[in-house]
Design a protein around this ligand. Structure first.
Ligand code: SF4
Ligand code: SF4
Length: 202
């Protein structure tokens, strides 16, 4: 029989007379400490659907599906796959789109579907080649960040009009026919189509 070492014996005696470090959860409610990394909470008013969090999520808990027919981006967050790493919060471009809760951590459910949340954002789609540019909210967020510099881009000019209402929609919404022309610079076209107009006409 091996005798315990003095150090281990001392630790055993000390732990007998000191309070436990572990909690009695789930037998008793547990209050996590400040800045504990719990469930990511999305703020719909500050999430612009930019896709950054989906790109940095290491467990693929966040996925993006773009539905061109409906013109919607669907962001799906499956908290059954989430490892509470906090990368989505750290890289969120608005800084407020998603924040990890330091209160909600117990996500036990009987049906996994209950841990899935979905959001929808309006897509901005190139009117010439049908490529997805980004979301409407993302562009407007960039306008706010850029301030007057946003007027430097013709794509921005068209979308800024949504907010400023300087021209009527029917005057700016010009149909693209027989290939791209110079006038189409003021339409909603993707950077690739814009480049081909610039190279051809300017
Ligand atoms: S906390 Fe980590 S794993 Fe969970 S959704 Fe955010 S990035 Fe993904
Ligand atoms: S990074 Fe932020 S703003 Fe972009 S989709 Fe994720 S939560 Fe929304």
């Amino acid at each position: 029989m091996k005798y315990p070492k003095i150090r281990e014996l001392k630790e055993a005696v000390t732990s007998l007379v000191t309070p436990a470090f572990t909690t009695k959860f789930p037998g008793e409610p547990h209050t996590p400490f400040e800045n504990f990394r719990g469930k990511p909470e999305v703020d719909d008013n500050h999430c612009v659907g930019c896709e950054t969090c989906a790109n940095v999520c290491p467990s693929n808990a966040i996925t993006i599906q773009d539905d061109k027919k409906r013109g919607k981006r669907v962001i799906t967050r499956d908290y059954g796959k989430c490892i509470f790493c906090g990368m989505c919060q750290e890289h969120c471009i608005t800084g407020k789109g998603v924040v990890l809760s330091d209160k909600i951590f117990d996500l036990s459910v009987f049906e996994r579907d209950k841990l899935v949340e979905k959001q929808e954002r309006q897509l901005v789609i190139c009117k010439h080649c049908d490529a997805i540019i980004t979301t409407d909210q993302h562009i407007h967020y960039m306008h706010d960040k850029l301030g007057p510099k946003a007027f430097a881009s013709t794509l921005n000019l068209n979308l800024l009009n949504d907010k400023l209402q300087l021209a009527r929609k029917e005057d700016t919404d010009v149909e693209i026919r027989d290939g791209l022309k110079r006038k189409d610079m003021f339409n909603i076209i993707c950077p690739n189509c814009m480049r081909s107009v610039l190279i051809k006409y300017i």
